[in-house]
Design a protein around this ligand. Structure first.
Ligand code: PLP
Length: 385
């Protein structure tokens, strides 16, 4: 069975060019970049090249790029690194719709005695800038607000948020794991202090990421040990992963217009057709301010997981807003925060596309969805026929 992969916010296919770029570093070029000998030392320039490729994608200086093991580490390093460097301030501000890499980290810190404010969101998944303004104060060490939400694709007004945060002297971190490579970012025109990204969300491999640190930001290293990354992140470099991420960044920069035209067109076609042909279907998230690749749709009175199972039988990969935790089906914390009714939050499905999807694939999903939804509705104990 051929796979129709529409779960790109979970992870992406490694681009063939990226695979080609990384393979030599898993083979003949296995040296340690810190070694004195030529064989190891020659690898260092490839790391330098990758740093420059990523800096070009982000519009920053290559010295502001720190390689990490991925989005989760970058988020932890940003938040904990600021708190440790700015001990006189004790407050953290975030939102209720963050990825667990941020939310769980902040809640753990709250358990250790830091103050934590979790901003709520409206029905579109947007925070209130007025509420943010009220909450940021002189005691606020760090504000961490994602660039774009992984479940709904909702994009936050980061420029306005940064302005509010910087006016109070707090450090601003954004988890841009879902945004980088999908929408253009230009850090040279922004006051963002810290930004996380992850290789496997932009057609690079898993286990490599970046923390961007604006020059002059007060932050302590999260992982300590050796002198790698100019003492900012210890540990022998994941050379193959780093080279791959550089190549993925270069491709992302080239493909960004395609992402915003071809991918958006496919997403819009899929979304429009599903909303029209499937009864009880509704879109989740701010329609106007969304990533071009993401559609999160709720189907009232049916289980998202049941839809996924039937899609899976056809080789279609999507994901659900619910997470099956320890045997109980918990609706998504993001949809709950947006006030999506329980009956719809349980029936949500996220389709997330990439440049590798085709119109033929979209047409196939459009053809199959109404039958799947009707079949499950007939079985639903909540719907009277
Ligand atoms: N932040 C967001 C918004 C994500 O979507 C993800 C992954 O799903 C992460 C952080 C974690 O990134 P990683 O898998 O590289 O640790």
């Amino acid at each position: 069975m051929t796979v129709i992969y529409m779960d790109n916010n979970a992870t992406t296919k490694v681009a063939p060019e990226v695979l080609d770029a990384m393979l030599p570093f898993l083979g003949e070029l296995y040296g340690n970049p810190s070694s004195m000998h030529t064989f190891g030392g020659q690898v260092e320039r490839y790391i330098k090249n990758s740093r420059e490729q990523i800096a070009r994608l982000l519009g920053c200086d290559s010295s502001e790029i720190i390689f990490t093991s991925g989005g989760t580490e970058s988020d932890n390093a940003a938040i904990k690194g600021v708190l440790s460097a700015v001990p006189e301030k004790r407050k953290i501000i975030t939102t209720r719709v963050e990825h667990p890499a941020v939310l769980t980290t902040c809640r753990e810190l709250e358990g250790q005695g830091f103050g934590l404010v979790e901003l709520g969101v409206d029905k579109d998944g947007q925070i209130s800038l007025d509420e943010l303004k009220e909450e940021v104060d002189e005691d606020t060490a760090v504000v961490s607000i994602m660039y774009a939400n992984n479940e709904t694709g909702v994009i936050f007004p980061i420029d306005k948020i940064v302005e509010i945060v910087k006016a109070k002297g707090a450090v601003f971190h954004t988890d841009a794991v879902q945004a980088v490579g999908k929408i253009p970012l230009d850090l040279s025109k922004s006051n963002i202090d810290l930004l996380s990204l992850s290789g496997h969300k932009l057609h690079g491999p898993k286990g490599v990421g970046v923390l961007y640190v604006k020059k002059g930001t007060r932050i302590s290293p999260f992982i300590i040990g050796g002198h790698q990354e100019r003492n900012r992140r210890a540990g022998t470099e994941n050379v193959a992963g780093i080279v791959a991420l550089g190549k993925a960044a270069e491709l992302a920069q080239k493909e960004i217009d395609q992402e915003n035209t071809k991918v958006r067109k496919l997403r819009d076609k899929l979304e429009k057709a599903v909303l029209k042909t499937c009864t009880g279907a509704m879109l989740n998230g701010d329609e106007a301010n969304r990533l071009p690749n993401t559609a999160n749709i709720s189907f009232e009175y049916i289980e998202g997981e049941a839809i996924l199972l039937l899609l899976d039988q056809l080789g279609i990969c999507a994901s659900s807003g619910s997470a099956c935790t320890s045997g109980s089906l918990e609706p998504s914390h993001v949809l709950r925060a947006m006030g999506v009714p329980f009956t719809a939050a349980h029936g949500s499905v996220r389709f997330s596309l990439s440049r590798y999807n085709t119109e033929k694939e979209v047409d196939f999903v459009i053809e199959k969805m109404p039958g799947i939804v009707n079949r499950l509705r007939e079985l639903s104990p909540f719907v009277k026929s």
